[in-house]
Design a binder for this molecule. Sequence first.
Ligand SMILES: Cc1cc2nc3c(=O)[nH]c(=O)nc-3n(C[C@H](O)[C@H](O)[C@H](O)COP(=O)(O)OP(=O)(O)OC[C@H]3O[C@@H](n4cnc5c(N)ncnc54)[C@H](O)[C@@H]3O)c2cc1C
Ligand code: SF4
Length: 482
Amino acid sequence: MAERMLKFTAVPRRTPQKRAVAERERDFHEIFAEFIDAKASEQASRCSQCGVPFCQTHCPLHNNIPDWLRMTAEGRLEEAYQLAQATNSMPEVCGRICPQDRLCEGNCVIEQSGHGTVTIGAVEKYLTDKAWEMGWVRPLVPGRDRGQSVGIIGAGPAGLAAAERLREAGYAVTVYDRHDRPGGLMIYGIPGFKLEKPVVERRTRRLAEGGIGFELSFEVGRDATLPQLRERHDAVLIACGVYKARDLICPGAGSDGVVAALDYLTAANRMGLGDAVPAFDSGGLDAAGKDVVVIGGGDTAMDCVRTAVRQGARSVTCLYRRDRANMPGSAREVEHAEEEGVVFEWLAAPRAILGEADGVSGVRAARMRLGPPDVTGRQSPVEVEGGDFELPAQLVIKAVGFDPEDTPTLFGEPALGVSRWGTVKANLRTMMTNLEGVFAAGDIVRGAALVVWAIRDGRDAADAIDTWLRAKLDAPALIAAE
Ligand SMILES: Cc1cc2nc3c(=O)[nH]c(=O)nc-3n(C[C@H](O)[C@H](O)[C@H](O)COP(=O)(O)OP(=O)(O)OC[C@H]3O[C@@H](n4cnc5c(N)ncnc54)[C@H](O)[C@@H]3O)c2cc1C
Ligand code: SF4
């Protein structure tokens, strides 16, 4: 084994080929090419096969990374794929969009020793794309019919991961989603240059072919209430994500030309999918020819700036109130955006949106500095007096985060327990809410997080639902008495 592995001193770290800026800024295709076979094996062989693999500990799914890297280095690709998919419902998605620099790769021991991390995400993507190409991804086979059904609200990664496991366990599963396509933010939020839509579509197709029912354009609260779904199913999983955009608080924030990030990104994604989008056609959600200012420093802001570049904006500036080191978005995404010509105004916060009745003309921003840490330990931005400056803008995109909607009211179930932030409260172990047989997973429990966490929660919720339903079937009297 040692012969094939531990090559990190001799073999430099290489990512798959990144497309040139001049080419990639003209389309919405992914920016990285695939590893060629030899490169994937070579890069996997850099792994030091640590006895205590920190990459695995810091992967929310605890993927068995060292073992599948070794199998890849040895050319045992199908086995490596089988191992990778045993803990991950969508390894090719995580391989593409996990912020690996903060998760597995950021904790790779050879990264810590200065040799550059093993390219774990790229190998995971390569293995699973290869598996699809070679027919190693097996159809979903439902387990023996258990005669019980589960309703899932939300076809995002949490709902889909749960649906797959529950169907494998033999339940009838129906997934309800208010959108017309399954996939959640993987379809309508995250742009194609990070995650091409066919990658998600082949996953959801496999689930539908395995007998999972999808009721699309079905909004819980409008087309059925939560109590009605509880009557229809033996258990219900809430996996509806968080969608209430936080607002800008400054004069002019409500002007024409100030748009919410998700409206902007959804329109761009729908255009890419070939849908008719009147708000894009009328120009309101199209950055072409405009000076664009995006406010925020998270992944959503990074997706907005890079989408604006691809739509042909005249200039794109990102305004963030803290500094580069303290931004919530992935450092790698900032690097990509800078390469694509985005200007970052660190330590800057909007003071006012400027303009006349016919639309926005600019943003006045205050210069900030980092003050002492607050109770959370994070340094708070403090205004620098006299540091104001102005930027031209005909389109301002607010990407300052999301909160949960008022789920109890929306779902017609005021008794549903929520936290003071509005997230649905679920028991950490059983994943059940305060309502018997109603479970919750993903962003609606954690707050806005990551796809990999949603997958983890969806898988855990499926196991918890299975345990609960088995107990219910085996001892109905016992449960009724509780
Ligand atoms: C722009 C953007 C970029 C991101 N980039 C990344 C990234 O690069 N990497 C990463 O790991 N994460 C990223 N994330 C975060 C990631 O997308 C989410 O954490 C993840 O999708 C959450 O999964 P979920 O299943 O909980 O919810 P969602 O993906 O939000 O899915 C919830 C689903 O529930 C449906 N729904 C909501 N309400 C109802 C209702 N009343 N009735 C029926 N259906 C309903 C919605 O239509 C949606 O399809 C990004 C998020 C955004 C917004
Ligand atoms: S799922 Fe994400 S964190 Fe885990 S190994 Fe894959 S890329 Fe890394």
